[in-house]
Design a binder for this molecule. Structure first.
Ligand code: GDD
Ligand code: MG
Length: 390
């Protein structure tokens, strides 16, 4: 893959955000960088892939889609499925396991599957900072909660980078491209605390009667403009550099993933940027909150992929919840001045939602012993699958 060298960057305290870099060639067949584009030779790409583990969060998606997703992740990358799918009356999860098991057997890929509502998590997380994720018998439902489990398992497996790809991706070519963008992006950033976030060229849903490839998702449009506005007001210089506030497809260096606090539910992606800009820009310059990424700082690359992002239609109520949770991350942060908070309430009430957005649930991973937690989980679990054990 060849990525255009990011056209410009903006620095906010210890956070560097690169403006969107497009994919210039999906498959460069060995041709590598010049001054305008960046690519790495095939051997280096394969090495980067083997260090980058792909986490797939899923909840009751069609196993056919999962099959397309898992078979499109380049083979050197180990895969971790974190499922919150139903176990009864229909055992959706067993269908997912069948997909993973067959794939791992045919390819030899390292693959693990864990279930979010597995009671074995209680023993694994009790007495750790992630106890806060427990509810009832197991881990609370929520996409962010699933992603945290994915980070833990990837860390236990020895990942140096962790990338997320949703299980409801209809276009296998898009999944392949996201993975290549992660590998190429990390190599380009070459930094301890780095993040690659995908900006879709176009996105859409398969069952719209008049299919429209939208440039911006309905929620992303507002989330991006409100986050840019917040930063602009804090800095008193206007910016529009942020284009991936809600990017479900994104990847982090493991060091960054383990030191960041994580938000639950659909606040997860927006909170990553909000937290970084809050702790490592606004409050750092104001002498407040501790920024754990000094002196190196954090680099965020935004990569625009070529394939359309086509995923499942989940209805208006779902969009409303997503909007409220992701805008809630901004609303309850020090970035949001009253003007922004009023705009957030306006956007929510016009489009989706009458109440104040909820504050994100925050989980700290710092100080957790991932090896111990995941080993305990795997020893106790009756639901997990590990390709090494069959
Ligand atoms: N493990 C787990 N647990 N997975 C979940 C859960 C959960 O509680 N809830 C949803 N998922 C899975 C879904 O099955 C899907 O594979 C993926 O997480 C994304 O969830 P969707 O429900 O499809 O969300 P979306 O498509 O509306 O939003 C996606 O894109 C947004 C940007 O447009 C998500 O990735 C958002 O987080 C993102 O902001
Ligand atoms: Mg989706």
């Amino acid at each position: 893959m060849l990525l255009r060298m990011p056209p410009r960057l903006e620095r906010f305290g210890a956070v560097t955000i690169y403006d969107v870099a497009e994919v210039i060639a999906l498959d460069s067949m060995g041709l590598v960088s010049n001054e305008a584009v960046y690519g790495i030779p095939p051997q280096q790409l394969a090495e980067q892939a083997s260090r980058t583990f792909i986490v797939i969060p899923t909840r009751d998606e069609d196993p056919l889609l999962l099959e397309g997703v898992i078979s499109s992740v380049p083979l050197p990358s180990p895969v971790v499925l974190v499922s919150a799918s139903s176990l009864e009356p229909l055992d959706f999860y067993s269908h997912e396991l069948e997909v993973i098991r067959t794939h791992a057997r045919l390819t030899g890929r390292r693959a693990l599957a864990v279930h979010q509502h597995d009671p074995a998590w209680r023993e694994a997380l009790e007495g750790t900072p992630l106890k806060a994720m427990l509810e009832g018998d197991a881990v609370r439902r929520g996409k962010g909660e699933g992603m945290v489990l994915g980070v833990l398992v990837a860390s236990w497996l020895g990942a140096q980078f962790v990338g997320f790809i949703d299980a409801d991706n209809y276009v296998p070519g898009a999944v392949h491209e996201y993975a290549l963008a992660y590998y190429t992006g990390f190599s380009l950033l070459n930094s301890r605390f780095s993040m690659v976030r995908v900006a879709w060229y176009y996105k859409g849903k398969p069952d719209s009667s008049h299919m429209l490839f939208r440039k911006w998702g309905r929620v992303s449009y507002h989330a991006n403009s409100l986050l840019n506005l917040s930063v602009s007001l804090c800095r008193r210089v206007e910016t529009n550099v942020i284009k991936t506030t809600n990017s479900g497809e994104h990847a982090l260096s493991m060091e960054l993933a383990l030191s960041l606090p994580w938000a639950g539910g659909y606040a997860v992606e927006a909170f990553q940027l909000v937290y970084l800009l809050e702790a490592c820009y606004v409050q750092l310059e104001g002498g407040g909150k501790r920024c754990p990424f000094l002196p190196a700082g954090v680099k965020v690359l935004q990569a625009e992929t070529r394939n359309p992002h086509i995923h499942s239609e989940k209805g208006e109520a779902h969009l409303a919840r997503m909007a409220a949770e992701s805008l809630g991350a901004l609303y309850h942060s020090a970035l949001a001045l009253e003007k922004v908070r009023a705009k957030v309430r306006g956007v929510l009430s016009e489009n989706y939602y009458e109440e104040e957005p909820p504050a994100p649930r925050i989980y700290e991973l710092e100080g957790i012993n991932a090896k111990k937690a995941v080993s305990t989980y795997l020893e106790r679990s009756l639901l997990a699958f590990d390709s090494r054990r069959g």
